[in-house]
Every structure is written in C-alpha cells, then in structure tokens.
Design a protein around this ligand. Sequence first.
Ligand code: ADP
Ligand code: ZN
Length: 209
Amino acid sequence: MNIILLGAPGAGKGTQASKISDAYNLPHISTGDIFRENIKNQTPIGLLAKSYTDKGQLVPDEVTCKIVEERLSREDCKNGYMLDGFPRTIAQAEALDKIANIDLVINIDVDFSLLLDRLCGRRVCKDCGESYHVSRLNGETKCARCGGELYQRKDDNPETVQSRLDVYKAQTAPLIDYYTKKGIIFNVVGNTTPEDVFQKVAEKLDAMK
Ligand code: ADP
Ligand code: ZN
C-alpha cells in the first residue's frame, strides 16, 4: 500500500508515521528527515536546504521531487511506502502522480490553536526521530523507543513555527481538496492522543487490506 500522511506542522504526522511504519512494515519516507540528515552531513543538498528550513520556508519543488523520486525507486519501496511531509505543494502532488499510484491519503486535522504549543514544546529523538512533548516527558531526556537522546529541532521556535504554519495554509492545505476530488482521502481528527488517532487510522488500514 502506498500512503501519504497529510497535515499541518505539529499535527502528528511523524508520530503516526512511526506507529504505522512499525505496525504495517512500511518504509517511512520523511522529506524533513532526509533534509535534516543532509544538513547534518553538510552535503550540497543539505547546504541548499538549510537556507530554507531555517526560515520555515519550503525547499524548491524541483530539488524535493528529485529526492523523492530517487527514494521511491529503491528496493524497499517495492511493496509499499508511507510518505510523510511530501507532497507539500500542488506541483509536488502532480509530479508524484506521474511516478506513483497512491492508495490512501491520511489527513490529520488539528485545531490551529494547538499547533504553536505542540511544536515549541516538541522534543525529538536524535536516533530514531520519535517525537515527544515536554509536558508528557516528566524530565526524561532519553527516547522511550530506542534510548536515544532527545533534542529540540532548530526550526521549533516561535518565529519559524509561525512561518511554517503560514506556508502550510497557503501551499499545503489546498492538497486536501486535491485528494478529496480524487476520492482517496481519509480525514482523522488529531486533537486527541496519539494512541487514539492511531487506532482510527489502523481501523481504516485494516479495512483496506
Ligand atoms: P514539519 O514539522 O514542519 O511538518 P518536516 O520535518 O516535515 O516538518 O520538514 C521540515 C522542513 O523541511 C520544512 O519546514 C521545509 O523547509 C522542509 N521540507 C520538508 N518537506 C518538504 C517538501 N515536501 N517540500 C519542500 N520543503 C520541505
Ligand atoms: Zn529513539
């Protein structure tokens, strides 16, 4: 099954992606993770991406689409995959249509008022990418999943978060309509707990098998 996870920054895409990836054995392809890895390793793509991610802007479509196309052509994607953070623009969705058959788009819908706090309080595992919120950590500094160290992403500060939310509204939200028209969208309310959201997603995925 080829799945897209759609939702605003902070909607819980990454959290659900890691649960779905574990439960359904699908490779988790996060363009944000790919860019962060490249930035850490100071590759040419990383140097370019950094100038955009630091400001909460999108990396140009051409670069992003090329990376995804290469990633989807690898062996581990033969039996399905889960895209997290791609597509993020109509142009990216159209490029994806040319190279992939998407079975389901899971749209995680969260009240905008919750997102700023979620993102600014987010801590991420440097090894496996799992996300946590400071309010649920009770001072814990290690990942419950793999023991890795937790850190705060550089773009999880109030100014950058605001521009990411603006970019989402202007460029990514139109994708909800795009995929609704194709009849492949599944909307799930993401205001509750990660476990609750996953249960609803799992019911849908099990029904599709
Ligand atoms: P978020 O929590 O905002 O969903 P991600 O980890 O998915 O964060 O992405 C972090 C940053 O990487 C984005 O703000 C953007 O600069 C860049 N990025 C990720 N995916 C894309 C994409 N599909 N197109 C363009 N830029 C992207
Ligand atoms: Zn971890």
